[in-house]
Ligand binder design. Structure first.
Ligand SMILES: Cc1cc2nc3c(=O)[nH]c(=O)nc-3n(C[C@H](O)[C@H](O)[C@H](O)COP(=O)(O)O)c2cc1C
Length: 325
């Protein structure tokens, strides 16, 4: 097989195919991360998912992945300031990841400077999730090596821009830009690379794989859903999150109540409120995504569901996408 063309991402991450399996709380389990990396892409570890959801002590989880593949993996650090305790825990996770040989970090929210300092000292790189130029400017000032451009079709927390204009907006920063959002099939992946993206980060497509430990009902909902079934709700985490519209959501609505909305905006209460929402969302998403027997309320997915029609092993996805380049 002819190797996939090199990009700044493949060089930075030491991988063959410019395709990242994005961190997913609660869907990133070690077997999924390892399968993507082993096929030549980059699996990214989500530490809260690894520990709280899948029950591995962080270092042990990384070693489990290492037993499954010798190839590079990345780590996601959600660095939003919620509490001192959370920051200390994230710092410890980043340090453990470095000790265990991880050299690629994807940071989201917050100021990535402290992760950049640690990663660079060890010869690693940091790519930061951004949704528009003002966040990219902050990330560049913090010294990141690349940007992950989260567009409006993404799963997780989508941004406001479309795929092509977002690349135009971020190109002037002179950093490699990875496309995140709405890519579910090989032609769309190849088109994003042709457009000038240094790689693609996919989430939703990798949930519909045998390696992902999400429930069968959730995977089937992804296969069944069309683009118009994806809606945004702020009721899970306090900020808009892309989910499949379930009968529960149709019944109860997509928006938080007026009092919570007010508290989420006030400078004095917003960090506390975000912290509370975050804690509740961790529990809720774990329950709804993995437990087969639950009534299903919140299933995260992006608009790429439109192109996802079959379960497929994660490694086959990476190899099939690579052939499209
Ligand atoms: C179920 C789910 C959970 C996610 N959790 C995280 C997360 O914990 N941290 C993060 O940085 N991004 C998270 N994301 C975003 C993905 O890493 C990725 O950027 C996004 O899924 C790309 O869009 P796509 O789903 O259309 O492929 C999540 C996405 C999904 C679908």
């Amino acid at each position: 097989m002819t190797p996939a063309p090199e990009t700044a991402l493949t060089r930075h991450a030491g991988i063959e195919v410019p395709l990242i399996c994005g961190a997913m709380y609660p869907c990133s389990n070690p077997e999924l991360v390892a399968a993507v990396s082993d096929a030549g892409g980059l699996g990214v570890v989500q530490p809260v998912s690894m520990t709280y959801v899948h029950g591995h002590a962080f270092r042990e989880g990384l070693r489990r992945i290492r037993r499954l593949t010798p190839r590079p993996v990345g780590m996601n650090a959600l660095i939003e300031k919620t509490s001192k305790r959370y920051h200390e825990r994230m710092t410890a996770w980043v340090d453990i990841a470095l000790e265990e040989g991880v050299r690629f970090f994807v940071t989201s929210l917050g100021n990535p400077k402290w992760v950049v300092d640690r990663a660079h000292a060890a010869g690693g790189v940091v790519y930061h999730d951004v949704t528009e130029a003002r966040w990219a400017a902050k990330a560049r000032d913090a010294g990141v090596d690349g940007l992950i451009a989260v567009n409006r079709r993404a799963g997780g927390h989508p941004g406001p821009r479309d795929l092509a204009p977002l690349l135009d907006e971020l190109a002037p920063f002179g950093l490699p830009v990875v496309c995140a959002g709405g890519i579910g099939d090989a032609p769309a992946f190849a088109a994003a690379i042709r457009l000038g993206y240094a790689g693609v980060q996919m989430g939703t497509r990798f949930i519909a794989t045998p390696e992902c430990h999400a429930s069968h009902a959730y995977k089937q909902a992804i296969l069944d859903a069309g683009e118009s079934d994806i809606v945004w709700t702020d009721r899970i985490s306090g900020v808009p999150m892309a989910v499949i519209e379930t009968p529960y959501l149709r019944r109860t609505g997509l928006r938080v109540g007026p009092v919570s909305r007010w508290l989420l905006r006030q400078p004095r209460t917003k960090h506390l409120m975000r912290g509370l929402y975050l804690m509740r969302s961790l529990w809720r998403l774990r329950r709804d995504s993995l437990d087969e027997r639950r009534a299903h309320e919140f299933w995260q997915a992006g608009r790429s569901v439109a192109d996802i029609t079959a379960l497929e092993p994660a490694g086959d996805i990476v190899r099939r996408f690579a052939r499209a380049l």
